[in-house]
Design a protein. Structure first.
Length: 289
């Protein structure tokens, strides 16, 4: 019996050592690749102090109204790779990274959905990007765009809501949060990078922006903030649904990428439809001026 116990103990020890080596190898792989990506993918726009922390904003084009893009859950400024250059041919268009996502700093305060609009307004003002704005949001970003339009209606002339989010049933929310909460830990050990469990959501974006999005979808810091946003999905949706939108604001709603929480505008044809909708709203805003 003692011989059997010794063999079992030896097998368990070997298994533990192998698992430790695999974890260390994965963590090393993750660290090396992340260091390379930090050098390769520099933020294309400035970092602007928005009240104790810096947010990244990237603007292209000229003219008014200025289009402001709110990314979906887990997304960032680069997720607008099809849309932003297209819209920039006609007017000024800015994408940005919410606090803790992409190149933006998280700040010291805990995440509050109700604070997103105020941080964005401070960012636009301090970056010298004047209104009127056409607010555009996809997925969870559509909720934030609606909240901005409700809170700062005098600055907003148009609102484009893409794949507007709906409340999560309990079972779907639990399933989403299990993956979201595990993602930062899986990223640290290199599992996400090796399996592309999350980063393949960027497939279909233009090469340059797709590479950036894939890099951040393998970053624990980005995924940690994304999980915080997903955890308060229903609260954010409820805030947006109760927000009163000024009737003078032009509002357009459309479906493009579907209702998946982390769906990005990766299909060029669907993205073109979004760009066309944005440009129609900007033309209507100009006609009213």
């Amino acid at each position: 019996m003692s011989l059997l116990f010794a063999r079992v103990r030896r097998v368990l020890t070997i298994a533990a050592v192998m698992l430790t080596l695999l974890v260390l190898a994965g963590a090393t792989y993750q660290g090396v690749e992340t260091a390379l990506e930090r050098r390769q993918f520099q933020h294309p726009g400035p970092l602007v102090d928005s009240g104790g922390h810096q947010l990244h904003i990237y603007c292209l084009g000229e003219g008014l109204p200025t289009v402001v893009l709110e990314a979906p859950a887990t997304g960032l400024s680069a997720a607008w790779g099809w849309v932003q250059p297209d819209v920039a041919l006609t007017t000024r268009v800015c994408s940005y990274d919410r606090a803790g996502l992409g190149w933006s700093e998280a700040g010291d305060q805990p995440y509050q959905p109700s604070a997103v609009a105020g941080e964005l307004r401070a960012l636009l003002q301090r970056a010298g990007e004047p209104g009127p704005y056409v607010m555009v949001g996809q997925g969870l970003g559509a909720a934030f765009a609606a909240l901005f339009a409700a809170q700062f209606s005098s600055d907003v002339a148009g609102l484009v809501l893409i794949d507007r989010p709906i409340p999560n049933p309990t079972d779907e929310r639990d399933q989403t949060m299990r993956l979201a909460n595990a993602s930062p830990w899986l990223a640290r050990t290199g599992v996400l990078r090796a399996t592309r469990m999350v980063s393949d959501n960027a497939d279909g974006l233009p090469e340059a922006s797709g590479n950036v999005v894939r890099a951040f979808l393998n970053r624990p810091d980005h995924l940690t903030r994304a999980a915080a946003e997903l955890a308060r999905w229903n609260e954010t949706v409820a805030l947006a649904e109760s927000a009163a939108i000024d009737p003078d604001i032009i509002v357009v709603r459309l479906e493009a990428a579907g209702r998946e929480h982390a769906a990005l505008l990766t299909d060029a044809s669907s993205a073109r439809n979004v760009s066309d909708a944005i440009l129609r709203v900007t033309a209507s805003v100009r006609a009213k001026r």
